[in-house]
Every structure is written in structure tokens, then in C-alpha cells.
Design a protein around this ligand. Structure first.
Ligand code: N1C
Length: 279
């Protein structure tokens, strides 16, 4: 054996060991990247399939909805856009493709009382909230956004409610609430929270969008149910409720009644009592 061909076995082992480490590292990186990619795209696919499934499960008398069409009109509102630059008008065509069935005398609005209201409306089929309509029921509780230069829907990393005004979720609720309130007719009910200092809060969707859309040509009265705890904090003389009366279109009658939460719960558990007779 010539001198130059001599190999140090320890050096050889070290080289092999290094190669294996590099290899293992590369495999690990690939596995992480692939699974991250899958999780992200699964998130988006899952969002679309949730949307379609909820949409198809939504039962409307006499109507079958084209949920694929509704999905594609929906995603056009935010896909490929900066998630802080989606104004409420972006959902105009969505609203146009999914008109509300008017439910005169049974419409229920709310602010800061979501749980009490839905607990009640689930048990008794007396009132219709926005979550009982197709779009409201499909999108309640979901988060979504797009990204510039991408054709995907994202469900994580989206701007939060207060990060920017024109985010896809906030603009959606503003737009759909505006349409829902615009269709209000007859005697309308609103459940407000009597356990907070300002039940009619200017920053709420109820105050900033819905009340402004109430129209006396179709609406007869607004009946506020102020939901109180047994030790009431606020009553119907609350200053913010005076503002609510001032905001209302002349010609819409205003009523306010304090009702304890326990009474509303008891009401919900007696489905045999006629609607509305509970408070
Ligand atoms: O800001 P709010 O209440 O006054 O909005 C409530 C008001 C209701 O009358 C509904 O018609 O606006 C409509 N609405 C919804 O139906 C709705 N479902 C789920 C507004 N927001 C809705 N959400 C979510 O609740 C939404 O993502 C936002 O975060 C809250 C607003 O609730 P709020 O402040 O108690």
C-alpha cells in the first residue's frame, strides 16, 4: 500500500457520523415542513368543507341553496386581499345572493347577551336571530382571511377583532347585520345586558349599524328586554337607553322592560307557553 492511500479509520468514522447527522437533520426538516404545509392547507380545506356542510345542513322552507355558488361568492370578498383592507361592501354580492326570509314580529337583536339569547332561542322557536339565517348560522364562531398574492383561505394568523377595522370577519358581521336590520318588520325585540354600565354601547354592532338601519316604514316597535341579574346594576332609566330612543326613527314605538336572567331561562324551559307571553 502506498503511503498516500492510507486512510485513518477514526477520521472515516467521523465523516460517516457527520453525514448521518446531516442526513437525519434534513429528513427532520422535510418532515416538519411537509406536515406544517399539510396542517395549513388542511385548515383551509377544513374551513371550506365546514362552510359547505353547514350550508347544506341549513333547512329553509321551499328553497334549496346552491352552497358551492354561495361559497365562491363568499370567498371572493377576501381572497387575495390584504386582511386589513376588506371593507363591509366587499360582501355586497354575497348578501345579494342570499336574501333573508322576512320574519315579521319575531326578529330578535342582541348586544352583549349572546349566550342568554341563544340559550333561549334554541329551546323555543319564537324568535329569529341572525344566527338562525343561512349566513349567520354558517359563519358564527368562525375566523377566516386571505393574503395578498394568495388564492387561499387562512384560518390562523388573521387579524383580530380590534387589530384593524376592515378585517374580513368584522366586515362580514357589519354587512350581514346591516342587511338583517334593514329587513326588520313589525314588532322587534332586542335583548340588552343590564349587568353592564352601558347596555347600549356606541361601539357595538347593535348601536353602530343595526339601530341606524331600523326603518319606520316596515317596523312598528322596538321592545328592549334588559336582561338583569337578581342584583340589578342597570335599569330602563339608564342614560345609554335614552340615547337609543333618540337614535330611533320617529314613528317606531319604543318599550323597555327589565327581566331577570333566571326568568328568561325559566321561560325557555316551558315550550308550551305562547311565544312572547313570557315577560
Ligand atoms: O356588537 P354587538 O354585540 O352589539 O352585535 C350584536 C348584533 C346582534 O343583534 C346580531 O344581529 O349584531 C349581530 N351580530 C351577530 O349576529 C353575531 N353573531 C356572532 C353581531 N356579531 C355577531 N357575532 C360575533 O359576536 C361577532 O364576531 C362579534 O365578535 C361579537 C359581537 O357581539 P356583541 O359585542 O355582544
Amino acid at each position: 500500500m502506498e503511503h498516500g492511500e492510507y486512510r485513518n479509520p477514526r477520521k472515516k468514522r467521523r465523516t460517516r457520523c457527520l453525514a448521518m447527522t446531516v442526513c437525519a437533520f434534513l429528513v427532520l426538516v422535510t418532515v416538519i415542513a411537509v406536515s406544517l404545509g399539510l396542517t395549513l392547507s388542511n385548515g383551509a380545506d377544513k374551513f371550506k368543507s365546514t362552510f359547505i356542510a353547514k350550508c347544506e345542513g341549513f333547512k329553509e322552507k321551499s328553497k334549496r341553496n346552491d352552497c358551492q355558488k354561495i361559497w365562491s361568492v363568499f370567498e371572493q370578498a377576501y381572497v387575495g386581499r390584504d386582511p386589513c383592507k376588506v371593507p363591509m361592501e366587499a360582501y355586497d354580492s354575497l348578501i345579494a345572493t342570499t336574501a333573508f326570509d322576512p320574519a315579521c314580529n319575531r326578529m330578535m337583536f342582541w348586544s352583549k347577551t349572546k349566550d342568554v339569547v341563544h340559550d333561549f332561542t334554541e329551546k323555543r322557536d319564537c324568535f329569529v336571530t341572525l344566527e338562525d339565517t343561512l349566513l349567520g348560522s354558517v359563519l358564527d364562531g368562525l375566523t377566516w382571511c386571505g393574503k395578498e398574492g394568495s388564492s387561499e383561505t387562512f384560518t390562523t394568523g388573521c387579524p383580530g377583532w380590534s387589530d384593524c377595522d376592515d378585517n374580513p370577519v368584522r366586515s362580514f358581521w357589519n354587512r350581514v347585520s346591516s342587511a338583517f336590520a334593514g329587513s326588520a318588520c313589525g314588532d322587534v325585540t332586542a335583548m340588552l345586558n343590564g349587568s353592564i354600565a352601558t347596555p347600549f354601547s356606541p361601539t357595538s354592532i347593535f348601536a353602530s349599524i343595526e339601530v341606524k338601519r331600523f326603518n319606520s316604514t316596515t317596523m312598528k316597535s322596538l321592545n328592549v328586554v334588559l336582561v338583569t341579574q337578581d342584583n340589578a346594576v342597570t335599569n330602563c332609566t339608564n342614560a345609554s337607553l335614552k340615547d337609543l330612543q333618540k337614535e330611533l326613527d320617529q314613528g317606531i314605538k319604543y318599550n323597555c322592560k327589565e327581566v331577570t336572567e333566571s326568568k328568561i331561562q325559566a321561560c325557555g324551559s316551558h315550550p308550551e307557553t305562547p311565544c312572547g307571553a313570557c315577560w
